[in-house]
Design a protein around this ligand. Sequence first.
Ligand SMILES: [Zn+2]
Length: 311
Amino acid sequence: VTSDDCVVAVDVGGTTIKAALLDLSCNVVEHLRVPTGRHEGPIPVLDRVLTTVDRLVSVGASVGRPAVAVGIACLGAVDEEGGIALDSGNVGWRDLPLRRIVTDRTDLPVTLENDIRAGARAELCGPLAGLSPLLYVALGTGVGAAVSVNGALLRGAHHLAGELGHVVVDPAGRSCVCGARGCLEAEASGPAVEARYATATNQQRVAAAEVLARCRNGDPVARAVWDTTADCLARGLAAAVAVLDPAAIVVGGGVALAGPDLFEPLRSALRRHYRLGKPPPVMPARHTDASACLGAGLAAWELVQREVVWS
Ligand SMILES: [Zn+2]
């Protein structure tokens, strides 16, 4: 094992497979983005993941940066000890022994982790390491969260810890994919922003990024949509803060790219909804949509028990 060694990190998302060859400082030596292509079904998605791993392993071998482990972050419920993708939502994997499949393919040690917990692994280390507990929330197509206690990520008794997206923030709200109504995910995800704006303007749906652009250009309806979204998110966070009393909250995922347009109304709404004390600091994620891939790489390095030089 030498300082030339690398790990392969893969984040299997509903839209994109993001993968990278990472060195010991988690610098990116090579990276790939491949459409998940979930409409083709679960087996082609698996083939695409395996091909992506193969490509990065061979790139590493060709430049003298051999891969010594593989870390995989996967959406949905994951049995991390058993290495099984239990239910990967619209990718269609059920009880897939993904870790064994990748081990058989590469002959390397492999870790498998839920993508939100992997993202938290990357976001909650560095300057925040040493603080406990910490809450990481990812706002994207869905809403997920992870809790770190004394540096360890909570998994839950049924691999479902951190499902903050299914805390009800508006009992009369929108229908959620889980079957309930007014879940945080139905009220504060990217699609929720889009749906709320379309309803308010009685126009065709536009992307959440476009709603944000209109908000910045002074569109009062877009501003109100972002404020309502921030208020719903604050209700969910207030519940989590009451349970956990976290030292800090990190918010990532695509919706968090809105920056101050989200974080300023979010912080003031959290002060309205959490009254037991001063709410914890709410900060944007450092690695945005690369968090889960980086976290998968960190898990792979931890597996091969190398001290990761990470800042
Ligand atoms: Zn729900």
